[in-house]
Design a protein around this ligand. Structure first.
Ligand code: HEC
Length: 140
């Protein structure tokens, strides 16, 4: 009998402690209501405009570091982008489009052999459409 009382007392002590800790927020979700907006375009696959990309290539300063025939540039700090199809094959980082896009948004991901990791990382902040335009210009 004594044992049972002791157990009961212990149990109520636990209950009291439980009440005291009710202020703690439990990380349980109550479910999400509403519908997600339908996606019209996937930014990564947005269709770029090569002519707009050509303008961006100059205005964003790419011409200051890269040689690229269609842009009329001949800088040598970065790789010659006329050779992108070949470089993309050597890099083996997905399709030419994927390789070019990643090279613009996170240049440090793959460093072209013989070059330094000095390409600005700020191009990742460009609107997806402008990145698509640049990719279109470089893969036309
Ligand atoms: C300050 C110089 C500099 C500027 C400005 C610059 N780049 Fe680069 N870029 C480099 C260097 C250096 C590399 C080689 C290192 C690497 O692979 O990240 C490179 C690599 C690349 C590559 C991958 C080439 C390869 O074979 O790996 C692409 C594509 C590219 N740049 C496109 C651009 C575009 C588009 C812009 C403008 C929006 C730009 N770069 C601006 C210096 C620059």
């Amino acid at each position: 009998m004594r044992v049972a009382v002791a157990v009961l007392a212990g149990a109520s002590a636990l209950l009291v402690a439980g009440c005291g800790s009710q202020g703690v927020v439990l990380p349980t979700a109550n479910g999400v209501s509403g519908t997600l907006p339908k996606q019209k375009t996937t930014p990564a696959l947005a269709k770029g405009d090569p002519a707009a990309g050509k303008k961006l290539f100059a205005s964003e300063g790419c011409t200051g570091c890269h040689t690229y025939g269609p842009a009329g540039s001949n800088a040598t700090i970065g790789p010659d982008l006329d050779k992108l199809p070949q470089y993309a094959k050597q890099a083996n980082q997905g399709s030419l489009q994927q390789f070019v896009e990643t090279s613009i948004t996170s240049p440090g991901n793959y460093i072209q052999p013989g070059y330094q990791n000095v390409m600005p990382t700020t191009y990742a902040n460009l609107p997806p459409k402008q990145i698509a335009d640049l990719v279109a210009f470089l893969t036309q």
